[in-house]
Design a protein around this ligand. Sequence first.
Ligand code: ZN
Ligand code: ZN
Length: 826
Amino acid sequence: MPEREARHITISGRVQGVGFRPFVYRLAHQHDITGWVRNVDGAVDIHAEGLPAHLERFSAALLVEAPPLSAPGPLCITPCPTDHAEHFAILDSQSGTGADVHLPPDGFVCADCLAELHDPYNRRHRYPFINCTQCGPRYTLITALPYDRPGTSMRGFAQCPECLREYENPLDRRFHAEPIACPVCGPHLQYVSDVETFNDDEAALAAAIAALRDGKIVAVKGVGGYHLLCDATNDAAIARLRARKPRPAKPLAVMFPDVESLRRAVQVPPELEVFVASSERPIVLLTRRADTGLSEHIAPGLAEIGCLLPYSPLHALLLNDFGGPLVATSGNLSGEPVLTDNAEAQTRLNHLADAFLHHDRPIVRPADDPVYRVIAGTPRPLRLGRGSAPLELELPLHLPEPVLALGSHMKNTLCLAWGNRAVVSPHIGELDTPRSLDTLAQVAADLQRLYQVQASRLVVDRHPGYGYRRYARDSGLPLSEVWHHHAHASALAWEFPGVNEWIVFAWDGVGLGEDQTLWGGEAFTGAPGRWQRAASFRSFRLPGGDKAGREPWRAAAALLWESGQTAPSLSRKLDGSEPDRGEPVEPQCPHSADPGQASTGSGRTLHPLSTGSIAPELLHQAWTHGINSPVSSSVGRLFDAAAALCGICTHASFEGEGPMRLEALATVRPEPVDTAQESLVEGLVQFAVRPEPVEASPGSAEWGPASSPFDVPIALPLELDPLGLWRSDWAPLLPMLTDVTLSIAERAARFHLSLAQALVEQAQQLRAQTGIQAVGLTGGVFQNRVLAEAAISRLEDAGFIVRLPQRVPVNDAGLSFGQVIEFLHS
Ligand SMILES: [Zn+2]
Ligand SMILES: [Zn+2]
């Protein structure tokens, strides 16, 4: 008979906080193995004794049968002397050095816990904080690793005898479930309004439901922060929420009780249902149906709604009891990180919420909801957050030293990287407020402490005005600077390691470029560490610089002035002020020979927007002399200009409003021109912000006959500039965009197609020059599905291989990771 032997097995990867040790315990019993298992830093250590054949089967099963939430790395197995162990034991965690920590993200309730939640005979029936080893909060409640109860925000809750019994029983599914809780010993709800307070779970829930039914706004503490909830079918409630926040037009997310109710309101492709219902419970942008019963104020002017399903047992109960969809928007002040602390929320959200539903489980760190959009058939992240962050990624090479990349100024995330690992933080937000910068510092410290890695260098954007520059200076660490669009291109390139040579289009708002102008419509050839700018757009000066991002009329003025095109006076000024009811204002175009010029070469009347009434004379003077009018080649600003010239958005109430509305209009089926013109006279905005919800998408049969002018792009001249850069000229778009004989939908559609066509022509020139076949699309502009899909299909028709990011956000939230990749290769 063979002798019992011993092995030391180490497993790294995501093996803590996911029920891995109980799994090892059960497996050991199954295979007649004695010894022990314990957590050591980020890994699981096993001492296993048994017959050689049993040891082999046991080792194989460790990987093959691993729990669903885990992601074990390769096993490291070494023979060792036997201890003649009689049993298999789970030992306390041991903290050592050389950490290889992996943090599990937060997950929705598993099926077993959900069944218990709804089982009247279970002791956790309707308990809002039910969880087990396979579900519940993780990242947002871990204070320290290794992952043990004292290292979570559950430390303050002493387990009752029954919970302790489950926790200590290796055969129980809550064995070592660190956040284990029940109504006797765990966290509880508290409802607070001006007139009443309830500390009992059921009473608090009932009061919150009653308030919601009554059209009230309730701030609800969730897993990674507070949400503001209100009835998604109640116009008045939503109007109040918008007025208070203030958030006049930015789309609001909607939480649905279940997949059935979701299907009734929006189109959910079957393959997407699994994703929406996954334990991450993300917000997914989905096309709304007609007659959804949802308020029109949820996403004015847009065809899509951000939808999610309940992501915690508390939300499952709330939505179940309420029985209909609820608006669920982040409980924060505009642009700031989501609030997590009860007292702070009560104070800072007091003017927004009519009532509060708190609970007493502390949130250790904020995590906003993750957001995805389906483009070319694949859900792609627009924002990382609860359930998807921290995003742990593997690097192709070893970093020479640990670095912290600080990302962008907008949509900020951080990326901590060491060895061959990189970790991207959840969404922090715009770095315009002291609170955002505090959060950045907090997340930076927190990531380094949790992963037990100290960055010895910071990687930052080249832009000297980004909000984190002061933090970077104060850190005293050496800085490495990376160009904005190189970082975008490198993040994309990392996702597709099979491609060695790229043509990458990095189109976004603005980022500082190598020639000190504001780039945003660039094409590069090469690969990480050696990007070459190869194509761009005709540049223009942006009057007012930074202000242009929120005031699309400035970009419109820039294009009109730059190209010497003008338009007659009109009923509505571009700057939003009331028009003068008198003589048309003299156009102020510096390049125009004829200041009264009111038509283009095509003989069509330009849209009634006068350059003269666009802006005060002073601004034009400043622009003429290049004062506070930085040179830009941004496609994001071309979208802004197009939205303004079509009259649908001259002042944006949130970043990207103009482009988003323009895209929504581009998906509206053709309408008779008369209707559009009437609307123009009545007020462009009414028409523009309320497109009929449509089921059709571009390219479908309803999109109009093949000969429809909707399908005809405007050719943009492409020429080599003196520096050898291919540049497309946007000027021919202006007459079309301002042509009032065309419906706004048609102009919007043709604008998208024209840019897609220009992109393909640039790619063809660059392929002819370099032989490169692979095209990547990155930068915030490619969150635009109409543009991205039009570009992809045209590129593929032209024989290109096309790639769009799907793991790291295409917008500035992916910049921190791209900075690490670019640093790695430089
Ligand atoms: Zn569970
Ligand atoms: Zn208990």
